[in-house]
Design a binder for this molecule. Structure first.
Ligand code: NAD
Ligand code: LMR
Length: 339
């Protein structure tokens, strides 16, 4: 049997690095298509799927796809299922939790999802303390601080390796802008989005985008900002009780996971936005903020500046800060109350 080092050497000859990825909540609306996309990613050589049940079925199904990865399923009802699904992982992706129904905010999910993410983070901190951890479960503005607190309690917190996945806001902005400007959505024209991942905490910086700031009227810009901020609600309403975005989220999650893996593999100039432990507003008591980061072999290599904001965007930032601070503190307090 080849050792992990030998496998790495073997793969490096073909410029492919072997990475083990665990998906927690792998059988859900996001988990399944996300796992499919990860199975198709040549950088992923071991894919572990964990869920309350059915993970073995989903894993067996995916395992028949002829790509260079093994797929294993782990369920909550087997001894050490969660621990074994995490052991040795380079990347842990967490989409476990309940989605919204019409009329709900992401914060309304806190009571159920905070506990789910807390439990999963506790085991991740033990079984995969050096992994990059990607949080999809909502409310991201609160679940990311929960994971940070759990890792701090276990003495293994590395802020460079914790990511709230905000890529969906970014891919939506590219699509919506292309619809308005009749341009190709596949060309990279993602808008710089900062703040958090819910309603007014999402701040698309249209003033920094040449296309948006020159081709759109003031009203179109206002409408576009609103559509990006509330794009999630559009899907929740259309699904009418059957959940929230799953397929576009799987694409977004896969894109972000691939970026993190490219960074780990040493690729230069891999830049993506994410909700991270940021120094930007710490003096105002806001410890996490979404902004672009450069990814590298140890996770975040560099936190990039947010750039110049227009007066209107500064107003959006004021509204964002108020909500974001409450969301972050709610997550932190949840963990403190557990102690
Ligand atoms: P879903 O209900 O379809 O799937 C959730 C899965 O999590 C289920 O398979 C369930 O069994 C599993 N699960 C629940 N508790 C678990 C636990 N303790 N351990 C392991 N697995 C567990 O929901 P979904 O549509 O996949 O959405 C999942 C989460 O992702 C929601 O909180 C949703 O709000 C969030 N979301 C985030 C973004 C984002 O941009 N970050 C986008 C879309 C959805
Ligand atoms: C989204 O942006 O689609 C997700 O956060 C899910 C939701 O609840 O809107």
């Amino acid at each position: 049997m080849l050792s992990r080092v030998a496998i790495k050497r073997c793969f490096s000859q073909t410029s492919i690095n072997p990475y083990k990825v665990s998906v927690l909540g792998a059988c859900g609306g996001i988990g399944q298509p996300l796992s499919l996309l990860l199975k198709l990613n040549p950088k992923v050589t071991a894919l572990n799927l964990y869920d309350l049940k059915n993970a073995k079925g989903v894993a067996t199904d995916l395992s028949h796809i002829p790509t260079n990865s093994t797929v294993k399923g782990f369920s909550a009802d087997e001894p050490d299922g969660l621990h074994n699904s995490l052991k040795g992982s380079d990347l842990v992706i967490i989409p476990a939790g309940v989605p919204r129904k019409p009329g709900m905010t992401r914060d309304d999910l806190f009571n159920i999802n905070a506990g789910i993410v807390y439990d999963l983070a506790k085991e991740t901190a033990k079984a995969a303390p050096n992994a990059c951890v990607l949080i999809i479960s909502n409310p991201v503005n609160s679940t990311v601080p929960i994971v940070a607190e759990v890792f701090k309690s276990s003495g293994t917190y590395n802020p460079k390796k914790l990511f709230g996945v905000t890529t969906l806001d970014s891919i939506r902005s590219a699509r919506f802008l292309s619809e308005l400007t009749q341009t190709d959505p596949t060309k990279d024209k993602r808008i710089n989005i900062i703040g958090g991942h819910s309603g007014v905490t999402i701040i698309p910086l249209l003033s920094q985008d040449n296309l948006a700031s020159t081709k759109l009227s003031a009203q179109q810009q206002k409408d576009l900002i609103h559509r990006i901020q509330f794009g999630g609600d559009e899907v929740v309403k259309a699904k009418n009780g059957a959940g929230s975005a799953t397929l576009s989220m799987a694409q977004a999650g896969s894109k972000f996971a691939d970026a993190v893996l490219r960074g780990l593999a040493g690729e230069e100039n891999v830049i993506e936005p994410s909700f991270i432990d940021s120094p930007l507003l710490k003096d105002e008591g806001i410890d996490f903020f979404a902004q672009s980061v450069k990814l590298g072999p140890n996770g975040i290599k560099e936190i990039l500046p947010i750039g110049q904001l227009s007066n209107e965007e500064l107003e959006l930032l004021t509204a964002c800060k108020e909500s974001l601070k409450k969301n972050i503190n709610k997550g932190k307090e949840f963990v403190q109350n557990k102690k």
